[in-house]
Design a protein around this ligand. Structure first.
Ligand SMILES: [Zn+2]
Length: 261
């Protein structure tokens, strides 16, 4: 069985002491490719060196909406130059909108729209972080589609929306990626969404070190090997086999990010 974890942050300090052991466990779990996400430019070098060290790892470059105050011309140039010259860069992100506690909505929107432009220019997909902002993210993507005549390609990562919101993004040709939150007992809405996403739009991720899935919930650190628990839960919710979910999500990740396995 082959799995792809489409969203990891293993450059964080919490992985420093034992990254090789963590890697052995993802290999044992069948994780054959990983897409390393990026929060802000100071991380570019550390992520790039991890991707050089581990052949199975590709990465994204971008600025997280919660860091939107760091957006400037230099950030944009750094993203463009790294994405343009390193073939291991397979996406722009994570970008998006996080309105949970935001007092900088306009700044977030500007950084998001500019990263959509960069992704389009470089013909790369975007990794979208969306929290308390589904209506606004949809508006931005719809506006973009009208302006350009076609959708940006991308994924709604660590998806937490309702089935109705899920449908909005499926209609915009987006992939929908589920994380450990889909295993949480209280997450009925996320589970309903996971059950209704069309097979050719479905992705899985850990978003590690955050959000360890059941039965590892409560561990201080999530890790890529645990994407298997996400796959098992999605399989259960859709009344499909684990191997069917592994096959379809692996194929989808290859299609979106241009990976081969
Ligand atoms: Zn992330």
């Amino acid at each position: 069985m082959q799995l792809i974890d489409t969203h990891v942050h293993v450059n964080f300090d919490v992985f420093q002491p034992d990254i090789e052991a963590v890697r052995s466990r993802w290999q044992e779990a069948g994780v054959v490719r990983l897409v390393h996400s990026c929060v802000e430019p100071s991380e570019f070098k550390s992520i790039q060196s991890l991707a050089n060290r581990f052949p199975e790892m590709s990465f994204a470059v971008g600025l997280h909406p919660l860091d939107a105050e760091k957006w400037n011309q230099q950030t944009a140039e750094e993203i463009v130059s790294l994405a343009g010259c390193d073939s291991k860069v397979v996406a722009i992100g994570e970008t998006g909108l996080d309105f949970y506690k935001a007092d900088n909505k306009e700044q977030q929107r500007h950084a998001f729209e500019t990263q959509l432009a960069i992704a389009t220019e470089l013909n790369l997909p975007v990794i979208i972080h969306c929290r308390n902002a589904a209506t606004e993210v949809r508006e931005v993507l719809q506006k973009w589609k009208q302006l350009k005549g076609e959708s940006v390609r991308g994924v709604m990562h660590c998806w937490g929306g309702s089935p109705e919101e899920t449908q909005w993004f499926v209609e915009l040709d987006f992939y929908i990626s589920f994380s450990g939150t889909v295993t949480f007992k209280s997450a009925k809405q996320i589970q309903e969404s996971a059950a209704c996403v069309p097979s050719d739009r479905l992705l899985i991720e850990t978003d590690c070190p955050f959000l360890a899935p059941v039965p590892k919930r409560g561990e201080r650190r999530n890790e890529p090997a645990y994407v298997r628990y996400v796959a098992e839960q999605v399989a259960k919710l859709r009344s499909e086999s684990l191997s069917a979910i592994a096959d379809v999500t692996t194929q989808n990740a290859c299609d979106l990010f241009g990976l081969t396995v």
